[in-house]
Design a protein around this ligand. Structure first.
Ligand code: HEM
Length: 454
């Protein structure tokens, strides 16, 4: 016997299609007002929006084996990433997760500053010119270039400082198409040469060309190397002894490049936005870096002494979780406290919605990094805050992202203040990640080094 829960049917959805397309997170937030479990019943599709921490834990952790990534979200993403770590399931996923994990070990993360800081310094040198000329920068683009450069260098030892803009553009075009497909259930098949399809295919071809060139260069050098690419090239299947195929390698590399830069860029972009709108939070950040670093660039060892920097970033991830949607398909029927979940049902978990649950987050819309002070955080049930997901499919790059972002925040705040060009709110566009609509236009101002604080 299944308990009764709020149900939204096809006819209920029709008048809201515009809102769903324009702002799916806001639509889901509205739906969540009806209850922590909301059913969508459209034709033969059964979907559930799950917005209670214990149920999120059930799906992502306790009963994760019953929930696969065979969903529209991940199947369309696979058109770009193939079946890399993010979109694969089962044995192949487990083999590759074990294989890739050592690249995210503690010593490797501790050495991340050697990649991040030179990349930030290059960007800040350009910003000095921009500041003098009073130029307006698209901070979203700036963060995308920076984070692509970092992940390329850290995992694959490649210098993307010059080609980053092109690859970033190819990534955005490819991902944009995925979202378009997800929002428009009927779209021309990819072989039809519509301008959109042509753009998409060209973007994927650009990504492929860059990745295959990287692999070939390494293969012909005869030295696999010690980085992630080296690990993947050396890997042998424990049962068959076979190496990864070219296609498998390509899928893993593209997955890491895309998952490893767009998300971090989005979270940093929103952090700059929130800091600009909350000057007292910025001032506290500025004071912290000033006291701890006194003008020098941060290193990984400094992060333990920069708690406010971490809190600011975590709070930005709460309000603007780049991965705003996490989906699963129920393999067999299941039950969530008396409600039957039929086999094949689509489970929708939204960090964006969960992070605004009024019972978990008082004044949820307010940007307040004090929520992430150690003592406050300790008392919080784990699955109320899931910017990196949870359970065995927890983001493999979560620590990488934290170290990278905190280093960037501290390094930039030492030297610059970012100011918004307009007063108005910047709407979030729910693409594969949450991105500022039209970019984030800001002026960068050099902040004078004030000398030691009294
Ligand atoms: C702020 C930055 C980031 C955010 C918010 C984020 C978010 C997420 C989330 C929510 C998932 C789980 C998706 C699911 O369960 O369906 C995930 C998985 C993943 N992320 Fe991240 N991520 C970030 C940074 C990174 C970085 C830096 C890398 C790599 C360098 C990365 C690589 C991956 C991969 C490969 C997976 C799939 C892991 C698996 O299923 O085993 N991510 N990420």
């Amino acid at each position: 016997m299944s308990a009764t829960i709020p149900t939204i049917t096809g006819p209920d959805l029709l008048p809201r299609l515009g809102q769903i397309r324009a702002n799916t997170p806001a639509f889901l937030l509205d739906c969540a007002k009806q209850g922590d479990l909301v059913r969508f019943s459209v034709g033969r599709i059964e979907a559930f929006l799950v917005n209670r921490d214990t149920w999120v834990r059930h799906i992502l952790q306790d009963n994760h084996r019953n929930y696969s990534k065979n969903t529209i979200q991940y199947n369309s993403l696979a058109q770009v990433t193939g079946r890399g770590l993010l979109t694969s399931d089962g044995e192949i996923w487990l083999r590759n997760r074990r294989l890739e994990q050592p690249a995210f070990s503690r010593p490797r993360l501790a050495a991340l500053d050697q990649v991040v800081i030179p990349a930030v310094e290059r960007m800040l040198t350009e910003w000095e010119g921009a500041a003098q000329r009073g130029e307006v920068l698209d901070v979203d683009q700036q963060m995308m270039r920076l984070t692509l450069e970092v992940v390329g260098k850290a995992l694959f030892s490649i210098d993307l400082s010059r080609s980053a803009q092109q690859l970033t553009q190819a990534t955005l075009t490819a991902l944009d198409h995925i979202v378009y497909q997800a929002q428009n259930l009927i779209t021309p098949p990819l072989w039809v040469p519509t301008p959109r399809n042509v753009r998409f295919r060209r973007a994927v071809a650009d990504l492929d060309a860059a990745v295959y060139a990287l692999m070939d260069e390494r293969l012909t050098s005869g030295e696999p190397g010690e980085d992630m690419l080296g690990m993947l090239l050396r890997a042998r299947d424990p049962e068959t002894g076979a190496a990864m195929t070219r296609r498998e390698l390509r899928d893993e590399v593209i997955t890491l490049l895309i998952a490893g830069h767009e998300t971090v860029a989005s979270s940093l972009t929103w952090t700059w936005y929130l800091l600009a709108r909350n000057p007292s939070v910025w001032q506290k950040l500025r004071d912290e870096v000033q006291v701890q670093l006194g003008g020098r660039m941060p290193g990984s060892a400094d992060l333990a002494n920069l708690p406010w920097t971490a809190q600011v970033f975590n709070e930005a991830l709460r309000l603007y979780p780049p991965a705003w949607l996490i989906t699963r398909q129920a393999i067999a029927a299941d039950a969530l406290e008396g409600v039957t979940i039929p086999a094949g049902a689509l489970m929708i978990l939204s960090p964006y919605v969960l992070h605004r649950h009024p019972a978990y987050w008082p004044e949820a819309e307010v940007f307040d990094p004090r929520r992430f002070a150690q003592d406050v955080e300790q008392g919080r049930p784990r699955y109320r805050y899931i910017p990196f997901g949870g359970g065995p499919r927890l983001c493999i790059g979560s620590q990488f992202a934290q170290v990278e972002a905190q280093l960037i925040l501290a390094a930039v705040t030492q030297r610059f203040r970012l100011e918004l060009v307009g007063e108005e709110e910047v709407p979030a566009m729910p693409l594969v990640t949450l991105r500022p609509k039209g970019g984030l236009h800001m002026r960068v101002k050099v902040v004078p080094h004030p000398g030691p604080l009294p």
